[in-house]
Ligand binder design. Structure first.
Ligand SMILES: *Cc1c(COP(=O)(O)O)cnc(C)c1O
Length: 393
């Protein structure tokens, strides 16, 4: 971390790798698989880790370095490693840190593929996960086993935008000597920095708000250097590295993260307030609405409520489907964190394969609609959603 720390926006724009002899203003793309050396001695020292020369882009690359440096500055982290996707970041982090027989505690409502990693993939190596409810921390103590090593949460959660008190969580994990890993994808480092509350590692799917325009995939894990060193050693040999091209795109996008998130949140709050008054809506959940059960906590740990609004459409499953069919401007797609507003109806689409009981357990009720509010003019977003709500009744 640099000593002369500047404001978030300035660091996001001014954190840049050194320019080349061409004195370019904008960072160039380093589309190269490997790097060369002056002589045998320099090459020997690079392989021995005695200088900071790049070797091979599976290990490191200037574009990845710039991206990681930026995220470390934003999250106030010591070190990091950039991955080809959010899932590569999540899987590699767990694979690097855990051994056969270790145990994970995770909040129940987590990203779908993370669920698959915990439920189907890690058990192959006898690594099991116990799920706990994010809104009922009273009995988390009971989930702890002698072999528990990692505590994993998302906040706000997907898709129900539930929130956990990070300050409480940091104390809880310290007390039980667990590695606290937070998926900070929904908040972005602009809205929330879990390390300040005691998180050891923070993971992002850079595919979402970091790129912010639905173009490239990426992921990153940042945090304590001793843990990142293990993740680096694992990843350098197993190959989940981000491509230099994607790193270049995402690093450029981070220059505008703050202004984009401000507008996302401004639009999202306006939409949430509109939905609260709508006769076609049963309930609305958004972290910065006073009606959110964790409103006070959200205010404490987040700069704004973010871009994602969840609401319950009157009429349940059938209305949800008709609502999607009548949407005209917003997109029907699996992504989120895009400049385009995206509406999804999880129970009839992304989570349709689960049983009704399983869906309810992770907060996906038949009437739940998730909106990733984009950067279009808010009047047009509201008009589109309003007419689709009417048509669904
Ligand atoms: C999308 C997402 C991921 C996975 O990231 P990919 O880049 O799609 O692999 C993980 N966590 C959350 C919260 C996400 O939204």
């Amino acid at each position: 971390m640099k000593e002369d720390k500047k404001q978030f926006e300035t660091e996001a724009i001014r954190t840049q790798i050194e320019s080349t002899h061409a004195q370019e203003h904008s960072t160039p793309m380093y589309l190269t698989s490997s790097f060369t050396y002056e002589d045998a001695e320099e090459m020997r020292a690079a392989f021995a880790g005695e200088n900071d020369k790049n070797i091979y882009s599976r290990f490191s690359n200037p574009n990845l370095q710039e991206f990681v440096d930026k995220v470390c500055t934003m999250e106030k982290a010591e070190a990091g490693y950039a991955f080809a996707s959010g899932m590569a970041a999540i899987f590699s982090t767990f694979a690097a840190l855990l051994s056969s027989g270790d145990h994970i505690i995770s909040c129940r409502s987590i990203f779908g593929s993370t669920h698959t990693v915990f439920g189907k993939i890690l058990p192959k190596w006898k690594i099991d996960t116990t799920y706990v409810d994010i809104d009922n921390t009273g009995d988390w103590d009971k989930a702890i086993q002698p072999n528990t090593k990692i505590l994993y949460v998302e906040t706000p959660t997907n898709p129900a935008v539930d929130i956990i008190d990070l300050e409480w969580l940091g104390r809880f994990s310290k007390k039980h000597n667990l590695i606290l890993v937070v998926d900070n994808c929904f908040a972005t480092p602009y809205l929330q920095q879990p390390i300040q509350y005691g998180a050891d590692l923070v993971i992002h799917s850079a595919t979402k708000f970091m790129d912010g325009q639905g173009r490239v995939m990426g992921g990153v894990t940042v945090g304590k250097k001793e843990l990142i060193d293990e993740i680096y050693a694992f990843s350098r040999s197993t190959g989940p590295a981000l491509s230099a091209f994607n790193a270049w795109v995402i690093s450029k996008s981070l220059e505008t993260l703050a202004v984009r998130m401000d507008r996302h949140a401004e639009n999202a709050l306006k939409l949430a307030k509109f939905l609260e008054k709508s006769e076609f809506v049963e309930w609305v959940k958004y972290p910065f609405l006073k009606s959110h059960p964790m409103y006070e906590v959200a205010k404490k740990q987040m700069k704004s409520g973010g871009a994602v609004v969840a609401f319950g459409i009157k009429g349940g499953l059938e209305s949800g489907r008709t609502f999607l069919n009548n949407i005209k401007i917003c997109s029907l797609t699996a992504n989120l964190g895009d400049s385009r507003t995206i509406v999804t109806h999880p129970s009839s689409t992304t989570h349709a394969k689960l049983s009704e009981e399983e869906r309810i357990k992770v907060g996906i009720t038949p009437e739940l609609i998730r909106v990733s509010v984009g950067l279009e003019h808010i009047t047009d977003i509201i008009t589109d959603i309003e007419q689709a709500l009417k048509a669904a009744q």
